[in-house]
Design a protein. Structure first.
Length: 108
């Protein structure tokens, strides 16, 4: 997972990048569990890559993206928010939902 600042995230999105953004708080126990599961997904043969953003360091972005809680996983396509996931309970569920989102957004 690539830990980036708000300004780096904003630059990537303004440049029209695609990707998953994992939003967390360092004081959140559920976030630590979700991060472990996302690391497993990232280490698998899947082609997903993640940016990691600490919500406490990006409050203005969190408001603009209307993030309701952490942990959260957001999907951006061409710099535009396409999907949000808050239910991050198991590796298989997260992976299935990520594939579904990318297939729906990419029209496959």
């Amino acid at each position: 997972m690539i830990n980036i600042s708000y300004s780096e995230l904003r630059a990537a999105l303004d440049a029209g990048k695609d990707g998953w953004v994992y939003v967390h708080s360092p004081f959140c126990g559920a976030c630590k569990k979700a991060e472990q599961m996302l690391s497993i997904i990232e280490e698998s043969k899947e082609t997903f890559s993640f940016w990691q953003v600490n919500i406490q360091l990006a409050p203005e972005w969190a408001r603009s993206a209307q993030i309701e809680s952490v942990p959260a996983l957001l999907y951006y396509k061409k710099g535009r928010l396409q999907a949000k996931m808050y239910r991050l309970f198991s590796v298989m569920e997260i992976l299935s939902n990520m594939k579904e989102v990318e297939n729906d957004v990419n029209g496959l």
